[in-house]
Design a protein around this ligand. Structure first.
Ligand SMILES: N[C@@H](CCC(=O)N[C@@H](CS)C(=O)NCC(=O)O)C(=O)O
Length: 209
């Protein structure tokens, strides 16, 4: 297997997931700053042009972080990061999807149409500056909501470390790389980030690729 990876929260999430699983997968760096991922050659790996992409040994290309992580979990069930029973798996998927759709997507779209506009406008449709500000404000509100859901718990669900924690952590850390900080009223998330920073897999955030 081979992981086509780059800067950004999505590839970093998959890299952390791989480390948490104790796997060793060859990594190929794709330079998204120079739009290497938007060249026609990369379309053979992912028609949407985004990273990460996992190339399987049979040549199949998988993209979308949840599809990649679920695949890895199926072929390497231990340690379980998406739950061990149908109910547990459903709960982890529910939280992961909530964080992805309700927080990560508006945050990403807000960044691409705002501070990230010079990089993204030439390569994809981005929302206008006003829409970008609204999307960023929307995701900030939802970070506050997530903080309330977390409360004084250590992890987002099931009292154990799961994919749902990884997605929240990776998008908070991504924000830190582009001048964003957690909104006021998210002390629980700040504490969450502190203990997640202690995980060995969190070292991917120190490595600049
Ligand atoms: N929904 C996708 C999002 C992938 C994504 O947006 N990746 C970013 C890096 S974090 C990317 O490729 N950005 C560069 C670009 O879109 O040109 C997933 O789950 O993998």
């Amino acid at each position: 297997m081979k992981l086509y990876s780059s800067l950004g929260p999505n590839p970093r999430l998959v890299r952390m997931f791989i480390l948490e699983k104790g796997l060793d997968i060859e990594r190929v760096h794709i330079d998204i700053l120079t739009a290497e991922n938007r060249k026609p050659e990369f379309a053979d790996k992912n028609i949407l042009g985004t990273t990460p992409v996992l190339e399987l040994d049979n040549g199949q290309m998988l993209s979308e972080i949840t599809a990649i992580c679920e695949y890895l979990e199926e072929i390497h069930p231990e340690p379980a990061l998406i739950g061990t029973t149908p109910e547990d798996r459903a709960e982890v998927r529910m939280w992961t999807r909530r964080i992805d759709l309700e927080i990560a997507v508006p945050m990403t779209l807000g960044f691409r149409g705002g501070a990230g506009r010079p990089m993204f406008e030439p390569r994809m449709d981005v929302v206008g500056p006003e829409g970008a500000a609204e999307l960023s404000a929307m995701s900030d509100k939802r970070w506050i909501w997530l903080d309330q859901q977390l409360g004084d718990k250590k992890y987002i669900c099931q009292n154990k470390f799961t994919l749902a924690d990884l997605i929240a952590y990776c998008f908070i850390k991504f924000g830190g790389t582009v001048g964003w900080t957690l909104p006021k009223g998210t002390d629980n998330l700040a504490r969450f980030v502190q203990h997640m920073d202690e995980r060995d897999s969190a070292k991917v955030w120190l490595d600049s690729e």
